[in-house]
Design a protein around this ligand. Structure first.
Ligand code: CTP
Ligand code: CA
Length: 240
């Protein structure tokens, strides 16, 4: 049912995608991380490349095979991801933050491997990481370059909610982040991380009423990736 393969509707466009999950070091051998496989971001990169885009994939700790024909920038921590994204998005038409970003990092990173001391357990001191997506939205707003201001920025959200509760969380997040589209999925079942199939809901800035629930796409991550790109292009056409 995929009819996009021959379409080059992203030719001449630069698409920047983050994928995977960031890791925050505790000491030289330990980190705080998450279970993101990077598969959705990779599927998006592959789909955008097939449709003619120049694709930059900022890959945080991804173990899946990398897509063909994309520029790959490997990163580890949220700070690395922030640097790489800020650099890569300067001439981007579309920016997709599919990476699962750590919300907190150890306030201090130990220089040596920590020893187990006593049997009491330990309490970690954590500080908040920078919000990469919100930073990219702010940078765009401050830019004097018309091409940059026309950039479309897409966020992702994994929520343990469904139906109207998911709609509400997603709409609130879309407003808070200030991005143009938000792709949300319900991870209550726990089946999304690393799974081949997925269901996503796409919310866009400014839509309310009957479309407030967002459009729902279901299928393999490869097929859903094309549908997400369709939603992004539709938004771009309608807003410019
Ligand atoms: N994100 C980011 N930088 C962070 C945290 C999140 O760029 N420090 C991005 C993610 O890549 C995603 C979007 O913001 O595209 C939403 O991430 P999410 O974790 O759902 O949002 P948070 O603002 O962290 O809210 P919470 O985790 O409390 O739901
Ligand atoms: Ca978060």
């Amino acid at each position: 049912h995929v009819v996009h393969a021959a379409g080059q509707d992203l030719a001449g466009r630069h698409v920047v995608i983050s994928a995977g999950g960031t890791r925050e070091a505790l000491d030289p051998v330990r980190f705080l991380g998450n279970a993101s496989s990077g598969r959705m971001g990779i599927a998006l990169a592959r789909a955008a490349r097939v449709r003619g885009a120049e694709v930059t994939l900022v890959a945080a700790n991804v173990t899946e095979p990398m897509p063909w024909g994309c520029r790959i920038i490997p990163v580890t921590s949220t700070a690395d991801l922030d640097d790489a994204m800020r650099g890569a998005v300067v001439d981007a038409d579309v920016v997709v933050m599919a990476a699962a970003v750590a919300d907190y990092r150890p306030a201090e990173v130990e220089a040596t491997k920590q020893k187990k001391t006593g049997d009491k357990g330990v309490t970690l001191d954590l500080e908040q990481t920078q919000d990469v997506l919100a930073g990219l939205v702010a940078q765009r707003a401050e830019s004097a370059d018309p091409a940059r201001r026309a950039q479309t920025i897409v966020g992702f959200a994994a929520e343990t909610a469904s139906g109207e509760a998911l709609d509400q969380l997603a709409r609130a997040k879309l407003q808070r982040k200030g991005c143009d589209l938000l792709v949300a999925n319900d991870v209550t079942s726990g089946a999304v991380f690393g799974a081949a199939d997925t269901t996503v809901h796409v919310y866009t800035q400014g839509s309310s009423g009957p479309s407030a629930g967002g459009s729902t796409w279901r299928g393999s991550k490869g097929v859903v990736a094309h549908q997400i790109l369709d939603s992004i292009l539709k938004y771009k056409m309608e807003s410019q």
